[in-house]
Design a protein around this ligand. Structure first.
Ligand code: ADP
Ligand code: MG
Length: 387
């Protein structure tokens, strides 16, 4: 953290006591395993080299002051008792984390803090989870406490559910807290067990292109997909009582129920079941460094999300189509919930320049929109940088 930011901190808070605490937590991108989390399935994210950073100092009382440079706004609250769920909206992520840690008896003293971020806000790369996790670490450090990273992730998710009113899965907080450099994380959303798989290769990068579109109806469509998955499970269960979630079914079981199912419900279930299989195959391919096999699975995932699950959009389809024309791209797919958001690709580093140029040229021609692009490798999860 540069001297200038520390000077600004002192100017803003007038707090010159004690040591500075610096924490950071990364955003993430999911390489494969989309719409599988709420079906008890597998996801496979990496932490990216973009972070929410918090510069803080402990206070001797129970007041909290947080200034967000991205929002250009100060929020103030007390942790003497249950933390109030007051506006502004962005402060709820921090308030929820403070409350989760207060309830665990880990946090008694407040902090003064400045938060900044290199994760695009609202860009589908999980600035919210990185904000929660970095905030949690700052509170813990200021109170001389540590917490198991899994517990920290669960506290952050609790904050997002109960304070920010976002009923998210656990992937974002898990990878932000537990990511490992040069590794992707195969996470089982049923029992939260995880396996870190090496993807170290000096010539391979993860490339992200944000379509910069967000189509309407996203929330309604999301709920509709969840309902269709539940419907499929209810039908499967009549023949296969052991099926508690789509994670427990395979394609042959699904086929024997085809006649009993609405064709749309059948296709939705086929995506989830095949995506779980692809995610496990992807993990194996990655473990053996077979990037071409990984890439093929990414294209297959995109087609399944587009045709069976119906959550892509013309902008994302076009980005994937363009990626497929560039030499050195192993594979590409939409990532995140869909109807906009980003494309993720696995790419040889020498090809980044060309892919960037081709997208910059062709995407605006088709959609009168620019895509935001960058490349990354798998980075470390949250850490206390200094205290
Ligand atoms: P994503 O997680 O994909 O970036 P979300 O809508 O889940 O998008 O979270 C974005 C919200 O998180 C922002 O609107 C803001 O309320 C909060 N947030 C994230 N980063 C910061 C930050 N550095 N300062 C203040 N609020 C932030
Ligand atoms: Mg988020």
């Amino acid at each position: 953290m540069d001297q200038q930011t520390k000077q600004e901190f002192v100017r803003r808070f007038g707090n010159t006591d004690g040591a500075f605490i610096l924490t950071r937590a990364p955003g993430r991108v999911n390489l494969i395993g989309e719409h599988t989390d709420y079906n008890d399935g597998f996801v496979f994210p990496i932490a990216i080299d973009r972070y929410t950073t918090i510069l803080a100092k402990a206070r001797t009382d129970t007041q909290v002051r947080i200034f967000s440079t991205t929002q250009n706004e100060l929020t103030e609250f007390s942790i003497a008792g249950p933390v109030a769920k007051d506006s502004p909206q962005w402060s709820l992520y921090a308030k929820g984390v403070a409350e989760a840690l207060r309830q665990r008896g880990l946090v008694k003293n407040g902090i003064d803090a400045m938060v900044s971020s290199t994760v695009p806000i609202g860009g589908g790369l999980s600035s919210s989870a990185s904000f929660e996790v970095a905030t949690g670490l700052a509170f813990l450090t200021a109170n001389g406490k540590t917490l198991d990273k899994i517990e920290l992730a669960l506290a952050a998710q609790w904050a997002e559910h109960n304070y920010a009113s976002m009923p998210c899965g656990i992937m974002d907080q898990f990878i932000s807290a537990l990511g490992e450099k040069d590794h992707a994380m195969l996470l089982d959303c049923r029992d939260l067990s995880q396996r870190q798989i090496s993807m170290e290769d000096a010539d391979m990068r993860i490339f992200i292109a944000n379509s910069n579109v967000k189509h309407k109806l996203v929330e309604g469509e999301y709920q509709a997909r969840r309902n269709q998955c539940e419907r499929a499970v209810a039908i499967l269960r009549k023949k296969f009582p052991a099926v508690k979630a789509l994670r427990d079914a395979d394609l042959s079981m699904l086929k024997t129920c085809r006649m009993d199912m609405d064709p749309t419900v059948f296709r939705r279930a086929r995506h989830v079941i095949s995506e779980n299989t692809r995610t496990l195959q992807f993990a194996e391919a990655m473990a053996s460094g077979n990037w071409s096999a990984c890439g093929k699975l990414m294209y297959a995932s995109h087609e399944s999300l587009r045709d069976d699950y119906g959550v892509s959009c013309p902008e994302l389809d076009f980005l994937v189509e363009i990626a497929d024309t560039v030499q050195g791209v192993y594979g590409a797919r939409m990532t995140g919930g869909g109807f906009g958001g980003s494309m993720v690709a696995m790419i040889q580093s020498h090809a980044i320049k060309e892919l960037t140029a081709v997208i910059a040229q062709k995407y605006p021609q088709r959609f009168a929109l620019e895509a935001t692009m960058f490349s990354t490798t798998a980075g470390d999860g949250a850490q206390v940088v200094s205290s």
